[in-house]
Design a protein around this ligand. Structure first.
Ligand code: GLY
Length: 379
């Protein structure tokens, strides 16, 4: 083995919001010598491409462990945003206006009714609105709206400000960050992590957190469980909306719009299996604009500001992959967040810091454990 160019107590592979938030949580709990290794720049991939919705109730089709995890994380956001503000002076623009979900067809109405029923049965806060009542909340919505739900606690955050806040907090805490450095492999001795081989050389460390998003599968060793993370492209469009035309995040079953304080109005998204191709396509933009126009015809007059695409990291079963693996001591996963990376950031950081620092394997880490997948070598 080559001489290490660096040693670290914990190395985190991936400098998106998940890796950044785990690093911060570790440093806050007294972990010394935390290193983030990022192949591009901090937050360059799904973290900055996201639309920042914190909307488990609007997006979930049923109750269950995953839904509960999402709600828990959403509910951590007010304290998370406040502490980031105190540490960095950066306001991550956590909104409290709520989320609207609109129905345009009979089928949409059935879907809304189902969602309303199971969520009220579960004791969750959700309001059923007539089209007229929905229009009082958002005068911009289309005449085609038949009914709506309002989720007062589902909301949004400015994900690019979240990246800046986390990066600044880590800098103040003394977290080391390498950007533009790729990880070739994890190095193991018997069943223990000994370090990582990077494009800058070998880093010796006993604990590694795999938070590589869509690139996860490229770094895991054949002795590790393979969640078969695949990239799922989501295209986005942003419009200039000054003055802003909406207050809420507004969904339909076909798309969503997200008003931002800086006058941008984001619209999304597509769900495509296109490998690592992050290009925007005419068909993608067409479908996003059509869904946004269905929500509000006011979009038609707005200047189009920009388009982009991100790669959502989806595990084979579509669920997050969190915590230690039984086979290899020192290997931790924090990946596979798919459509919910921004939403699940605070809870992921808390769960991972608890297990790394205090060896606390809480129930979510059992449910979402990497051990539910086979080893790479056994495929
Ligand atoms: N969570 C929204 C999306 O993935 O498009």
């Amino acid at each position: 083995m080559t001489e290490p160019i660096k040693t670290a107590d914990v190395t985190i592979i991936g400098g998106g919001v998940i890796g950044l938030a785990i690093a911060r949580a570790l440093a806050q709990r007294g972990a010394r010598d935390v290193l983030i290794v990022e192949r591009s720049s901090l937050g360059a991939e799904a973290s900055s491409a996201a639309a920042g919705m914190l909307a488990p109730q609007a997006e979930a089709d049923s109750a269950g462990d995953f839904f509960q995890l999402c709600c828990q994380s959403r509910d951590l956001y007010p304290a998370f945003a406040q502490s980031l503000y105190e540490e960095t002076g950066i306001d991550i623009e956590l909104e409290t206006s709520g989320t609207l979900y609109l129905a345009f067809t009979e089928e949409d109405e059935r879907e809304l009714e189902q969602r309303y029923q199971w969520q009220t049965r579960a004791g969750l806060e959700v309001e059923k609105l007539s089209a007229e009542a929905a229009r009082l909340h958002e005068p911009c919505i289309s005449d085609g709206v038949r009914a709506a739900l309002r989720f007062p606690f589902d909301t949004q955050v400015e994900n690019r400000r979240l990246i800046s806040a986390l990066a600044t907090a880590n800098e103040a805490l003394g977290v080391n960050v390498w950007t533009g450095v790729s990880v070739d492999s994890l190095k193991l001795n018997r069943n223990r992590v000994t370090g990582i081989e990077t494009s800058r050389g070998f880093v010796a460390c006993e604990k590694v957190v795999i938070a590589g998003g869509a690139w996860t599968s490229q770094v895991i060793n054949e002795a590790l469980p393979n969640p078969r993370i695949e990239p799922v492209r989501g295209q986005m469009v942003s419009f200039e909306a000054t003055p802003q035309i909406a207050r809420h995040v507004i969904y339909s079953p076909r798309g969503y719009i997200v008003p931002r304080r800086d006058g941008r109005l984001l619209a999304g998204s597509t769900t495509e299996h296109a490998g690592f191709d992050k290009r925007v396509t005419a068909a993608g933009v067409q479908s996003i604009v059509a869904s946004a126009l269905e929500i509000t015809p006011a979009i038609a007059a707005l200047p189009l500001a920009s388009t982009w695409a991100g790669l959502r990291p989806r595990a084979a079963d579509g669920l997050p992959v969190l915590g230690p693996c039984a086979e290899i001591a020192g290997a931790f996963y924090a990946t596979g967040h798919y459509r919910n990376g921004i939403l699940l950031t605070p809870i992921t950081a808390e769960l991972l810091a608890n297990v790394i620092v205090d060896e606390e394997v809480s129930p979510p880490l059992q449910i979402f454990s990497p051990d539910r997948f086979q080893l790479v070598s056994s495929r």
